[in-house]
Design a protein around this ligand. Structure first.
Ligand code: DQA
Length: 140
């Protein structure tokens, strides 16, 4: 199987920003580990990151049908982007929503995701392992 991992706004600064919340490893390092993890299970993975809402929507549309599953951490867009929600609702490839932090245990505004309803499922609170659990969900 082939997967796409999409990271949204501010996720490029993982390992630099708010290390106590998101950990000290860079996105590049995490993606490298995810690549090995997926490969070890006989699958393939591509990566995409953008801070721009429109580019994330565009990528989701372009990815439709090209992957068996998409893992998406939309960052703060999770909580208010109807554009990303519509992009997910408008494709056939299943999307699993991911958060490194436990958004339910943080500020009030993070408790609401406008994406969950149109996603196959959601994984949150396990740091970089949230991505692994989300990927694994496609082949378990
Ligand atoms: C996040 C949680 C969001 O609330 C936040 O805006 C992020 C990262 C997470 O991975 O825990 O940027 O999606």
């Amino acid at each position: 199987m082939k997967f796409l991992v999409v990271n949204g706004v501010n996720l490029a600064r993982t390992g630099i920003r708010e290390k106590g919340v998101y950990g000290g490893e860079t996105l590049e390092k995490i993606n490298g580990e995810l690549k090995e993890f997926v490969k070890a299970h006989g699958h393939e993975v591509d990566f995409f990151q953008s801070d721009e809402e429109g580019k994330l929507c565009e990528k989701l549309g372009q990815a439709d049908g090209k992957y068996d599953g998409i893992v998406l951490n939309a960052g703060a867009y999770t909580h208010y982007s109807y554009a990303i929600r519509d992009a997910i609702a408008g494709i056939f490839t299943p999307v699993v929503e991911v958060h490194m932090s436990n958004v339910q245990a943080r500020e009030e505004f993070r408790k609401k995701s406008v994406l969950t309803e149109v996603c196959k499922g959601e994984v949150l609170g396990f740091g970089k392992n949230s991505y692994k659990l989300a990927l694994e969900s496609f082949w378990l």
